[in-house]
Design a protein around this ligand. Structure first.
Ligand SMILES: Nc1ncnc2c1ncn2[C@@H]1O[C@H](COP(=O)(O)OP(=O)(O)OP(=O)(O)O)[C@@H](O)[C@H]1O
Ligand SMILES: N[C@@H](CCO)C(=O)O
Length: 309
């Protein structure tokens, strides 16, 4: 049996709505993402297990991982040997941590390796984005490409190969806090203004381009000082209980940036030191999480989706 792990990711990364995303890894070595196991079997079989399996539709045909399998067999490799595929659902649904992307990316990575299809990077990313688009209400790559490739990715249809990796400060610590309730991505997109004013579009483009250029120059603290989201965060704040308190309190504990991970409700705090990250985590655990929530201190996951050995 072969196992493939796909990590959680932070869509938007505050300054790049639908265009930037970061794969993350808890510093204590825990796996924060989904795992797909695959092996040859007498006939195609699918099962879904794991902590959050009960939060997914009960029928296999409604599970994205199963849909990826049937699509792969009918459109990519019809003569693939029959197989057993198990999704271990380790990320909560509607978390803002790229949960659906994790299942889709891990499944296609497993199928591509199992079938020996060797699809190109763009073919893989496009296949994955098709399925992400089905559930999230729009085609965006900012969970898919960091989850698949690792690191911080500038990612869009207009970007060569759909993704360009950006350098990051190795001293960044990122606290993620999932509060324990779900927020559907399509719902969190429905509250966004359908159009940006000209001045806001120009400010968004300036901020994102300067952020990427500064990272390339390794001028990390100047890049961080530009991290502000005026596109999605103002509209989404009302959907997330506890957001405003966190936004006010965490900078006092040393966070350089506090923002929504993807469509929320997970919040993330980017911190310049481990000590600041620990203080922010402690505040979030006491003030933001309910009994179903969790938090992790992370750094970027540079490996992305990989086979577990
Ligand atoms: N394997 C799967 N993983 C996640 N969602 C799935 C899966 N299979 C089916 N779904 C359905 O897809 C939808 C995903 O919704 P949504 O996009 O809000 O969640 P998400 O991808 O978990 O969010 P986020 O990217 O913010 O973590 C839900 O209705 C969920 O039931
Ligand atoms: N860029 C997407 C990410 C969803 O996880 C959004 O903000 O809606």
């Amino acid at each position: 049996m072969r196992k493939f792990y796909a990590p959680a990711s932070i869509g938007n990364f505050c300054v790049g709505f639908d265009s930037l995303g970061a794969a993350i890894a808890p510093i204590d070595g825990q796996l924060l993402g989904d795992v797909v196991s695959i092996e040859e079997a007498p006939r195609d079989q699918f099962s879904c297990v794991g902590k959050y399996a009960h939060k997914l539709p009960q029928e296999a045909q409604d599970n994205l991982a199963f849909q990826c399998l049937t699509h792969f067999r009918s459109h990519v490799k019809a003569d693939m040997p029959s197989l057993s595929l198990t999704l271990e659902k380790r990320l909560p649904v509607g978390s803002g941590l790229g949960s659906s992307a994790c299942s889709v990316v891990a499944t296609f990575a497993a199928l591509n390796a199992f079938a020996g299809t060797q699809l190109s990077q763009i073919q893989m990313i496009e296949l994955m984005a098709d399925f992400e688009a089905k559930v999230s209400g729009a085609r965006h790559y900012d969970n898919i490409t960091p989850c698949y490739l690792g690191g911080l990715q500038l990612t869009a249809e207009l970007v060569p190969d759909r993704a360009l990796a950006l350098p990051v400060d190795p001293n960044w610590y990122i606290v993620v806090a999932y509060p324990g309730f779900a927020l559907n991505t399509a719902k969190a997109r429905a509250v966004l203004a359908p159009e940006l004013k000209l001045g806001d579009s120009v400010a968004f483009a300036q901020r994102l381009s300067a952020f990427c250029a500064l990272l390339q120059l390794h001028r990390f603290s100047e890049a961080v000082s530009l991290m502000q989201d005026s596109v999605a965060e103002p509209s989404r704040a009302q959907l997330i209980d506890g957001y405003s308190d966190a936004k006010l309190s965490l900078p006092e504990l040393g966070a350089s940036v506090v923002s929504i991970s993807g469509a929320g409700p997970t919040l993330f705090a980017l911190c310049p030191t481990l000590n600041a990250a620990q203080q922010c985590q402690s505040w979030l655990e006491s003030n933001y999480l309910n009994e179903h929530g969790f938090s992790h201190i992370c750094q970027l996951d540079s490996a992305g989706t990989r086979e577990l050995v």
